[in-house]
Design a protein around this ligand. Structure first.
Ligand code: F6P
Length: 322
């Protein structure tokens, strides 16, 4: 019987479990044996393999995190580590690997596929939404909603005290979460890595906002922002805006947890199924994604490396609507 191995790697994202469930059940349906690899590439190197049956993925569609666990593996970055990983796959009679993760995961998959003739298919799952080849990645919608709800709560306390808050959201290289949560929560200012501003520009924009704005003020900052994240920006503004009561709130890893939204569960189910279908059709070194609500296949190496663009028109609109 043909075997498919599946792993989750890099930062977890809500909906990974729904994708594992979909791959398992679609795989079994297509006649494959499904093997789970725990702890991502680290587990691939350490031989942490487990058989997955249909019943093993019962009751996980609604759970955040990943039942397969995840890790970031330094060792997999070396040729020696990848050779051990490839050998472990071969010893288990597996030549096909489905990887669920983000850009680092896909980089690793591309290299092991080329070096060791392993068939790989990627499923995009990262809250950062920074992969080309899918309008959205699994977990992004949940992270947006988690961050938005948190920002709504900060608005209540900010309003009560007439305070100015710098709220940092995740997004290592891109500002997808900052842009959409900023817009959805009616933030007065959104600072993105895609629109690099120096501190003087930030000061003058803030002064303009505060001239007409008398209530609480929320500034959503993407963690990856070149200006240096919320803490640094706030520190640099303290002197000039000393009459304001300022606070910093870093939302951090709460954005990665929680039960996936319906949107992420459906996306993960579709992509898990499509990944198995792609394998069944003999495809390899591709990522499955959804573009304009249709499932699409993109060569794996085209999905990372280039920056996926945020819609800066939304930023202009947010400035009019604030
Ligand atoms: O890539 C997902 C992500 O959550 C980024 O937004 C963030 O910069 C990073 O992972 C945090 O990684 P770690 O959990 O290893 O601290």
């Amino acid at each position: 019987m043909n075997k498919i191995a599946i792993l989750t790697s890099g930062g977890d994202s809500p909906g990974m479990n729904a994708a594992v469930r979909a791959v398992t059940r679609a795989g079994i349906n297509f006649g494959y044996e499904v093997i789970g690899i725990r702890y991502g590439y680290r587990g691939l190197i350490e031989g942490d393999f487990v058989d997955i049956r249909s019943s093993d993925v019962s009751g996980i569609i609604q759970r955040g995190g990943t039942i397969l666990k995840t890790a970031r593996s330094e060792r997999f970055m070396s040729a020696e580590g990848r050779a051990i990983a490839a050998n472990n796959l071969k010893e288990h009679g597996v030549d096909t690997l489905i990887v669920i993760g983000g850009d680092g995961t896909f980089r690793g998959a591309t290299v092991i596929a080329a070096e060791h003739k392993i068939r790989v298919v990627g499923i995009p799952a990262t809250i950062d939404n920074d992969l080309i080849g899918s309008d959205e990645t699994i977990g992004y919608d949940t992270a947006l909603n988690t961050a938005m709800e948190a920002i709504d709560k900060i608005r209540d306390t900010a309003d009560a005290h007439d305070r100015l808050f710098f709220i940092e959201v995740m997004g290592r290289h891109t500002g997808f979460i900052a842009l959409e949560t900023g817009l959805a929560s009616g933030a007065e200012m959104i600072i993105l890595p895609e629109e690099i501003k120096n501190i003087d520009e930030i000061k003058s924009s803030l002064s303009e906002i505060l001239k007409v704005h008398e209530r609480s003020t929320l500034i959503v900052v993407a963690e990856g922002d070149e200006a240096g994240g919320a803490t640094k920006i706030c520190g640099q503004l303290e002197k000039d805006f000393s009459k304001y009561d300022m606070r910093v709130c870093i939302l951090g890893h709460i954005q990665r947890g929680g039960s996936p939204t319906a949107h992420d569960r459906v996306l993960a189910s579709r992509l898990g199924y499509e990944a198995v279908k792609a394998i069944h059709e003999g495809k390899s070194e591709v990522m499955v994604g959804v573009i304009n609500n249709e499932c699409k296949i993109t060569p794996l190496q085209e999905t990372f490396g280039k920056i996926k663009k945020v819609n800066l028109d939304l930023l202009s609109m947010a400035r009019i609507l604030r």
